[in-house]
Design a protein around this ligand. Structure first.
Ligand code: ABU
Length: 464
């Protein structure tokens, strides 16, 4: 354990010791054994597991929307696991029930809600699916008993760049893909409100029923923030449930300097906010928050008599299990709470401000360096999207062949860095843009020197 923590911040260590699946399978001997092994052997196995796992706490892991290794978060995680409880009743999780209630209330205050409810969910996708379920219940409470039979098609609107969990909500909750309408975005990746309204009107004209709008506060690739306040106007005009998916960007609410990016979020009916992303809490820590006090219970309550006995000797409104579609629920609040107690809100604020400062630094450096080209010139969030144009492409006309060849550059460079273990950054195409790098600044231990290293390293690996 000590080794993982020490190595997390040690730049002389590799981010990953890459092995191909067949080689790793050989090295790890993964089959469960008929006879138990000695502690010595088990410790050797754990050493190998650590050796070949990706060090996501390394300051040069900028690959995903999570990273870093906070010592207080880790301590909270260890204590959570040692206590091994399930957060569905007060009797099995008395402290965590009150802790969850208090932390969620404080988060709601950050959003600007004066009252409401919430729950920790296993990931942002489930929080978003929870939002769709609450929205449907709010408008059509009868669906809990009778299902969707007899209802017109119910339509959700979200960005074409929204997280794919909204489409999955369509699959899971019976709306179908056709009824999750994807609204056009501008060149910065933000929803175009006029297209949103056009599509709502089209739905009405077709005799279908609009019921929900989902804005994104921090899209997965560009980190774009939709026009939250303007979309709230549209939701209000048509009487629709308004959800803001702030899984990625929600953390800006902790910073006085950056919280205005979410202006209007208090008008949303519900919000997804993952502290395991921008706030650096260990995985997983995802919250669904709503201004509607009773909707979670109304929507999910099934009254399992073996668990939620009403004749318990304590106030059973503290049993939170029926606020969700889960039964067993891992405790995800302690690691967040411990970090909050240790750093204070001011510590989270400094963390966010440092991430945005780092973003400004690397964007300026990239703009100055030959061969690098920004995809988004001024990113909203801490996602830095850029192409690297290697020397062999620099004097080519920018025709189809150029773009086809540029498309192959990021995968090649990525392969090089993984094989060498020097850093990890992801790439992807988006809309009609060929593969580009997305560097995510989420670890405030990442320094200006690390960012100079990222640029130099991509240049070193891209000398072709
Ligand atoms: N839930 C989106 C996470 C994707 C990423 O880390 O890039």
């Amino acid at each position: 354990m000590k080794e993982i923590v020490q190595k997390a911040g040690d730049r002389s260590q590799k981010v990953v010791e890459w092995k191909a699946p067949e080689e790793l399978r050989e090295l790890m001997d993964l089959d469960p054994t008929a006879v138990g092994e000695t502690h010595e052997k088990l410790l050797m196995r754990l050493q190998d597991i650590i050796k070949y796992s990706v060090k996501t706490g390394h300051p040069r892991f900028v690959n995903q929307l999570f990273s870093s290794l906070d010592p207080y978060g880790l301590a909270g995680q260890i204590v959570t696991d040692a206590l091994n409880t399930s957060q569905y009743t007060y009797e099995t999780a008395p402290v965590f029930t009150l802790m969850e209630e208090t932390v969620l209330k404080t988060m709601r205050t950050c959003i600007g809600y004066t009252e409401g409810n919430g729950i920790f969910c296993p990931g942002g996708s489930l929080s978003n699916i929870m939002a769709v379920n609450c929205a449907r219940h709010f408008m059509f409470p009868q669906t809990k008993k009778t299902g969707m039979f007899g209802l017109p098609p119910l339509v959700i609107y979200t960005s074409e760049l929204a997280h794919y969990s909204i489409k999955k909500a369509g699959y899971l909750l019976g709306f179908g893909d056709d009824n999750v309408k994807l609204v056009k975005t501008d060149e910065l990746g933000k929803i175009i409100p006029e297209d949103l309204e056009r599509q709502i009107q089209e739905t009405i004209d077709e005799g279908c029923t609009p019921f929900m709008i989902v804005a994104t506060a921090g899209t997965t690739v560009f980190g774009a923030f939709d026009p939250i306040d303007k979309m709230a106007d549209v939701a209000q005009k048509y009487g629709l449930w308004y959800h803001v998916d702030g899984a990625w960007g929600g953390g800006v609410l902790m910073s006085k300097k950056h919280r205005d990016m979410m202006k209007g979020v208090d008008r949303a009916d519900s919000v997804t906010w993952n502290p395991h992303k921008l706030l650096g809490v260990p995985q997983q820590c995802s919250c669904f928050l709503t201004k509607h006090v009773n909707i979670l219970q109304q929507c999910h309550r099934a009254d399992a008599k073996y668990l939620f006995q009403k004749d318990k000797f304590y106030d059973t409104s503290y049993d939170t299990g029926d606020k969700t579609f889960q039964c067993g629920r891992k405790v995800d609040v302690l690691k967040f709470w411990l970090m909050w107690k240790a750093k204070g809100s001011e510590g989270f604020e400094q963390h966010i401000d440092k991430l945005f400062d780092n973003t400004r630094y690397i964007v300026e450096k990239l703009k100055q360096r030959e061969g690098f080209r920004m995809v988004v010139n001024e990113p909203d969030c801490t996602n830095v999207c850029f192409w690297y144009v290697p020397p062999s492409l620099r004097n080519m006309p920018e025709d189809e062949e150029f773009w086809n060849r540029l498309h192959t550059v990021a995968p090649k460079v990525k392969e090089g860095m993984i094989r060498d273990g020097t850093m990890m950054i992801t790439y992807q195409p988006q809309k009609d843009l060929v593969n580009f790098f997305r560097l995510v600044l989420q670890n405030s231990a990442t320094t200006y020197e690390d960012m100079d290293f990222f640029i130099d390293e991509i240049e070193r690996l891209g000398k072709f």
